[in-house]
Design a protein around this ligand. Structure first.
Ligand code: MIC
Ligand code: SF4
Length: 643
């Protein structure tokens, strides 16, 4: 035992397997969260498992993504979620209450606990010393049913913080620097653990910005120790008794270590269209900006919005751009209102929206054609904003407000004095709308709108698989490419037949149609991909919808963790090239046969031959025994019903 915080929490929750790198381990999950866009499916799956009440210490059902009610669909889904939460014993956080991660940190997070969330930014909880991980909805449904969460024992990447952040540089810049050094795949297979004297210089919400944005490294999660700052944060929330100390042992051993001196950082910015396309702000300063958005689960805490307001005290927002604020939670909104900062924001020219994801997931707030949009959000994948060819830059609240004032990308240090302020020792909780779990003998009926389609059934895996390569894509393909979001498609999340029409829509408008036609001829679909395939969102729809269309195999250079788990859950076989050079040799449209695939899986083989247009290509099978059985059964639900 090397004594990291990560290992301590893992050891306290281990219910199966050995904590040896690369081995599958099973963890007890204390808390779960879902958001609406992944939650509708997660609860349909929970119903299919057939357990009458959640078995975790605490589970919360949030509504934060699908907030635009342009027809009945989102409104119906919200009512479905509320009724499900009431029936199965969950807390319910209604629309307008805030973004799941922000609210969870404020009201429910507890140091040392495990949290599984059907959203890739669940690691936000790592800011207060939780082991908080994102997963697909079905894994979260299993955890709610009291089953363990399985994952491959990660390595621990220690990030040693020293020094203190200079003025106008903040937590966002810390992770932009890590992304600049490691890239969007640098964290795959790791838990990032922060330690060193610089930790004490960061508040819990600063730390949460870092662990939240750490999802973009592809890491399993990120975690900070729980210390005096954590105690103070919990005290400000009226929950001091839930504090416990958590620190790595003296001499703890990390698999990798990065030194990061906070005092050397400068304002950074991620350019279009990847969070790791990072440069110093001064290199792009002067470019005209059309839109500035402050919000999202990464940067919209009381501290962030107070900073923005105090900076604006002696300034106005440029008339050449729109400046919009999405408070992270009702608590944030109530507190900046009580402090008088909301008035400052409105006076200065901000458009203030309800608390929620909003433009971060293309639910409104799309930028104008060709215009630069500066966002304190975690993702700038192409087209995610809702505008084709968008130019989205990611930055700190400091850079956002300075640019909003000047109308061009601005290094905030040019503004002069950094506002100094203190935050309330006790915050207004802002949770009047939160619903507590109902008693077990409740008589709640689940409310289902016409948009909620039943969960599709899938066949078991045949002995030999044959089909066609229906799509070939490059490195770093995101789940936003595979299953786009936005105001038009998100309302279909509870209707797999309808949403499957949009699979790979950004790349090929006809993809769904071609898949269906091929399936009619008995050709099932295979996708070829590069490195880090399926990075980004945890949306299981990026596996479920392709599977519904007849997709059964993905052969890529490497996978992102959550997406690989989702593929297995829905019976899609994740294979990797034994020789990455073979990627160049396989073409879209080719006919493929994988003889004896079922036997190869069940027999424990770690290789299989994929015959592409009569040429053999060696593929690796990197799966646990449990994964292999799930795939042979055609997916996790089939497997769970049978075992
Ligand atoms: C995102 O930021 O991409 C999302 C939307 O929150 C997703 C979840 C989803 O697709 O519903 C995530 O991060 O997992
Ligand atoms: Fe919502 Fe954006 Fe956070 Fe995802 S990243 S949970 S869409 S605010």
């Amino acid at each position: 035992m090397s004594g990291t915080v990560t290992e301590k929490i893992l050891a306290e929750h281990l219910v199966g397997g050995e904590m040896k790198q690369g081995e599958e381990i099973a963890l007890r999950i204390d808390q779960t969260l879902t958001q609406d866009a992944t939650g509708t499916m997660a609860y349909l799956e929970f119903e299919a498992i057939g357990i009458p009440r959640v078995k975790t210490e605490l589970s919360v059902c949030y509504v934060d993504h699908n907030l635009i009610q342009s027809d009945f669909k989102n409104a119906d889904d919200h009512r479905f979620l509320q009724s499900v939460a009431r029936k199965f014993g969950l807390y319910f956080s209604p629309p307008g209450n805030g973004i799941s991660h922000q609210v969870h940190l404020e009201r429910f997070g507890i140091p040392g606990k495990t949290l599984l969330g059907s959203d890739s930014h669940t690691p936000t909880g790592g800011g207060m010393g939780m082991l908080a991980m994102g997963a697909g909805g079905l894994d979260v449904a299993m955890a709610m049913a009291g089953k363990p969460f399985y994952l491959i024992m990660p390595k621990v990447y220690g990030i040693k913080l020293t020094g203190k952040l200079p003025s106008w540089v903040s937590a966002r810049d810390v992770l932009l620097e890590v992304l600049r050094r490691l890239s969007v795949k640098g964290g795959v297979g790791y838990i990032m653990e922060y330690f060193g004297p610089g930790v004490a210089e960061l508040s819990v919400t600063d730390r949460a910005t870092i662990t939240n944005f750490g999802a973009e490294l592809g890491a399993t999660t990120s975690v900070f120790p729980s210390d005096e700052n954590t105690r103070q944060f919990l005290a400000s929330q009226g929950r001091e008794e839930q504090w416990r100390e958590l620190a790595a042992d003296e001499g703890a051993v990390y698999d990798e270590v990065m030194d990061l001196d906070l005092s050397t950082l400068e304002p950074l910015i991620a350019c279009p269209s990847s969070p790791d396309n990072v440069v110093p702000v001064r290199e792009v300063a002067g470019k005209p900006v059309a839109q500035v958005l402050v919000g999202s689960c990464t940067n919209s805490s009381i501290r962030d919005l107070t900073l923005v307001a105090r900076t604006l005290e002696n300034h106005e927002v440029s008339k050449d751009l729109s400046f919009e604020i999405n408070p992270g939670s009702r608590q944030v909104l109530e507190n900046i209102t009580a402090q008088g900062d909301l008035l400052t924001l409105i006076h200065a020219g901000a458009q203030v929206h309800q608390s929620g994801c909003m433009g971060c997931i293309g639910m409104g707030q799309a930028p104008p054609t060709g215009g630069i949009s500066l966002r304190t959000f975690p993702r700038n994948f192409p087209g995610r904003s809702g505008t084709v060819g968008d130019k989205v830059y990611l930055c700190s609240p400091e850079v956002a407000v300075a640019s909003a004032i000047r109308g061009v990308i601005t290094d905030p240090r040019d503004l002069g004095e950094y506002p100094v302020f203190s935050l309330p020792e006790k915050v207004l909780p802002g949770d009047k709308r939160m619903e507590d779990p109902l008693p077990e003998d409740n008589q709640v009926e689940i409310v289902r709108g016409p948009n909620i389609a039943p969960f599709p059934d899938f066949d078991a895996l045949p002995e030999t698989w044959s089909g066609r390569i229906m799509m070939k894509v490059a490195d770093n393909i995101t789940t936003d490419h595979i299953m786009p979001a936005g105001a038009k498609i998100l309302p279909l999340r509870s209707n797999i037949p309808a949403i499957s029409e949009y699979v790979f829509h950004q790349i090929d408008h006809n993809f769904a149609c071609s898949m269906k036609e091929a399936a009619l001829e008995g050709n099932y679909g295979m996708v070829i991909g590069g490195d880090n395939y399926g990075q980004g969102s945890s949306r299981e729809h990026a596996a479920l919808a392709p599977r519904y269309l007849g997709g059964q195999v993905k052969l890529v250079k490497s996978f992102a963790r959550i997406h690989k788990a989702n593929l297995i859950n829905f019976g899609i076989i994740p294979l990797t090239f034994a020789d990455p050079e073979d990627y160049e040799r396989v073409e879209q449209g080719a006919k493929v046969v994988i003889p004896g695939i079922r036997e190869a899986l069940l027999g424990g083989s770690n290789k299989v031959t994929v015959v592409v247009n009569d040429h053999p290509v060696e593929a690796l099978i990197d799966l646990s025994v449990r994964h292999r059985e799930i795939l042979a059964a055609g997916g996790l639900l089939n497997w769970a019903r049978r075992s």
